[in-house]
Design a protein around this ligand. Structure first.
Ligand code: SAH
Length: 252
C-alpha cells in the first residue's frame, strides 16, 4: 500500500509566514525529513518523528522519504521558503524519476511557501514589480561559467535578478566575481538590495548602488536583489528608502 509524500515550504523564518495549508499538512504528517534547522522549526507532537539530516544530502534524504512513503507512511519533507525554489521538491521529483516504479504510486504533493526573494522584496517596496529572474550562485550543481553566462544574459535582457546562495565557505570569491561581471554590463547606479534573514529576529536590509556592492555585505542567509536600469529608489524622511521596479519598465 502506498502512502503519501508532501513537500512543504515553511516560509522565510517567522511563524506568521507559514501558510495555513502548510500547518495543516504538518498536522497530518507522521515522519518529517529535512535539513536540521528546518525540522527544528516544526512543533512536532510526541507521535511525530523527525529525520533531520545535513544540508547537502538532498537526494539521499529524498530517497529515504520515498522509501518510507512507499511502505504506507504519511511522510513530509520540509524546506525553508518555497519547497520548489532551490529546495527539496525538485530533488524528490528527480528521485521519483530515477527510482523504482512503485514510487510513482505514492500520493505526491507540494505545499508552496513564501520564498526568500518575495520576503525581501516586500520589506523594501516592490523591486520585483516587473520582469525578474532568480539565480542560485551556488556552483554545487552547475559550472560557474554557466552562472556567469546567465548573469550576463539577464543583465542584457533588463531583468531584475534575485540571487540565492550568494556565498559559502567553499566559494568565498564568487560573489565578488558576480558583481564584477554585472558592473561590466550595468551602470554603477543600479540599486542592489542585500536582504538578510528576512522575517527572522536578526533580519537586516541594506541598499547600495552596484558600484559599492561588495561580497562582505552578504552571507549564506542573504538574498540579493539586483535592480534593472529602470528600478527606482525613493528617499523618505525618517524611513528607509523604497525600491520599486515600475510597471512601465523596459525599452528595447
Ligand atoms: N527554498 C528557499 C531557498 C533555499 S536556497 C526559499 O524559497 O527561500 C538558500 C538561500 O535562500 C540562502 O542562501 C539565501 O540566499 C536564501 N534565503 C533563505 N531564507 C532567507 C531569508 N529568510 N532571508 C533572506 N534570504 C534567505
Amino acid at each position: 500500500m502506498s502512502g503519501s509524500l508532501t513537500v512543504i515550504g515553511l516560509g522565510p523564518g517567522n511563524a506568521a509566514q507559514v501558510t495555513p495549508e502548510a500547518l495543516a499538512a504538518i498536522e497530518a504528517g507522521e515522519d518529517f525529513f529535512g535539513y536540521g534547522p528546518y525540522v527544528d522549526r516544526l512543533n512536532l507532537r510526541d507521535d511525530q518523528r523527525r529525520h533531520a539530516s545535513d544540508n547537502r544530502e538532498e537526494i539521499s534524504r529524498a530517497e529515504a522519504a520515498l522509501m518510507l512513503a512507499a511502505k504506507g507512511g504519511r511522510v513530509c519533507v520540509v524546506s525553508g521558503g518555497d519547497a520548489g525554489v532551490f529546495a527539496m521538491a525538485a530533488a524528490v521529483c528527480e528521485a521519483i524519476e530515477a527510482g523504482p516504479a512503485e514510487w510513482r504510486e505514492i500520493h505526491f504533493s507540494v505545499v508552496p511557501g513564501i520564498t526568500a526573494m518575495l520576503a525581501v522584496a516586500a520589506r523594501v517596496g516592490a523591486p520585483l514589480g516587473h520582469d525578474f529572474c532568480a539565480i542560485s550562485l551556488s556552483d554545487n550543481l552547475k559550472p560557474w561559467e554557466l552562472i556567469e553566462k546567465r548573469l550576463i544574459a539577464a543583465a542584457e535582457a533588463g531583468f531584475v535578478m534575485a540571487f540565492y546562495n550568494p556565498v559559502s565557505k567553499a566559494r568565498p570569491h564568487q560573489l565578488s566575481r558576480a558583481f564584477d561581471v554585472l558592473r561590466a554590463h550595468l551602470p554603477g547606479s543600479v540599486t542592489v538590495v542585500f536582504g538578510r534573514a528576512a522575517g527572522r529576529p536578526d533580519e537586516r536590509m541594506r541598499i547600495e548602488p552596484l558600484s559599492n556592492a561588495h561580497s562582505d555585505m552578504a552571507d549564506m542567509a542573504t538574498c540579493i536583489i539586483v535592480g534593472s536600469t529602470e528600478t527606482r529608489l525613493i528617499e523618505r524622511p525618517g524611513q528607509a528608502p523604497l525600491v520599486y521596479s515600475p510597471r512601465s519598465a523596459g525599452k528595447i
